[in-house]
Design a protein around this ligand. Structure first.
Ligand code: SAH
Length: 354
């Protein structure tokens, strides 16, 4: 019997590759479609349950192939219905995924890297530094696992957000391969309209993404409308300052026709003053965009505090009056440290856990 490491992960293959792989078993061609159907439509986690495949084939497959390589170590459910999943990867690293319940349809928040290089001042995910990129099949496995859990609790995944740990545009090849698998009718078969990619602002990659003209939602972690403050909060701003970032987003809108979302975490007395709102309104005036205000999810070791609700209201009202489209993000899962910026892949001893 092959070791788990030597087995082929079918989640890494497209339909043609699965067909090619099956030829070695001397099975008729339709078997590949049955196998694909089990993996991608019926959400099978094992070969044993693939009841319309001959038993001998199921056994052979189990010896040489796997459907995913990750192990679910823990699933925690918050009072508000948010579920945080902790997975062990094959090399022993861990990664987190969050299922977020919304009335308009549930979302899954996916990690794209173990750790992160961005070093944003308010975020827990980058605290351990960068460890490695996730492969496209590891990003996909998070979706399939979430879909299974949703099915079991009578809910359905509608949207995906690349907002877990990691910077998706810093893992370009794998994230693009993942998006292709999402959109592929023989694999996940989901429109990219249901996917939001959030970036700290890697300008050259935003421009490259724009050229691809995908119907994907782009979100920018803006968090400040002046360069000094933004560079302190998001070091990536030193390399790609605001003017270039906003110009790249304009280009994205021009090429794709899609509205860009600007995310803005409100930090108590750091970026929530009237002059901050004024600067933000000036920066984004007249653009096809949406501002998503995010109450900070505090991270124990970090000095930042969320803006008080009154200030959030005032800030949002100012932007609204200035003609911007603005919403305040609902905070979900903070009781299980599953909220934005709180993911840090700790198996135990998370200081945010109650
Ligand atoms: N690297 C990508 C995606 C991961 S962060 C990015 O920077 O966009 C996903 C979202 O969570 C971003 O908007 C990020 O700014 C936000 N976030 C990070 N830390 C947070 C915190 N402590 N509280 C609230 N939101 C946070």
């Amino acid at each position: 019997m092959c070791s788990a490491l030597a087995r082929i992960n079918l989640l890494a293959l497209n339909a043609d590759e699965v067909k090619g792989f099956l030829t070695r078993f001397g099975e008729p061609a339709f078997r590949a479609n049955q196998l694909l159907d089990w993996i991608w439509r019926k959400n099978a986690a094992t070969f044993a349950e693939m009841s319309n495949l001959p038993l001998a084939l199921r056994r052979q497959l189990a010896e040489v192939a796997v459907i995913g390589t990750m192990k679910l170590l823990r699933a925690q459910e918050s009072k508000d219905g948010t579920i945080k999943l902790l997975f062990a990867l094959q090399d022993g690293h861990t990664v987190e995924t969050v299922i977020l319940p919304y009335e308009i349809g549930d979302s899954v928040c996916l990690s794209t890297q173990v750790g992160c290089k961005m070093g944003c001042a308010f975020c827990a995910s980058g605290m351990p530094g960068f460890i490695r990129n996730l492969a496209q099949e590891e990003i996909m496995e998070q979706v399939l696992a979430a879909r299974r859990i949703e099915q079991a609790r009578g809910r359905r995944l509608k949207n995906m957000v690349l907002m877990g740990s990691g910077e998706p545009l810093d893992n370009w090849d794998e994230v693009l391969a993942f998006l292709e698998a999402v959109n592929d009718s023989q694999r996940l078969g989901m429109s990219l309209r249901h996917v939001t990619l959030s970036t700290a602002g890697l300008v050259p990659k935003i421009l490259e993404l724009a050229q691809k003209k995908l119907p994907l939602n782009l979100a920018i972690s803006l968090h400040a409308a002046d360069n000094d403050l933004r560079s302190r909060l998001l070091p990536v701003n030193k390399k790609y300052p605001l003017k270039e970032l906003v110009a790249a987003c304009d280009q994205y809108t021009a090429l794709t026709g899609r509205r860009v979302t600007y995310e803005y975490i409100l930090l108590d007395r750091i970026n929530d003053r009237p002059e901050d709102a004024r600067r933000l309104a000036e920066l984004l005036r007249g653009k096809l965009c949406h501002v998503n205000l995010i109450p900070l999810n505090p991270v124990a070791e970090l000095p930042y505090r969320p803006s008080p609700p009154e200030r959030v209201k005032t800030f949002a009202a100012f932007l609204g009056e200035a003609g911007l489209n603005v919403t305040v993000r609902r905070r979900l899962g903070s009781d299980i440290a599953a909220a934005c910026g709180q993911l840090r892949n700790l198996f135990c001893g998370d200081p945010n856990e109650g």
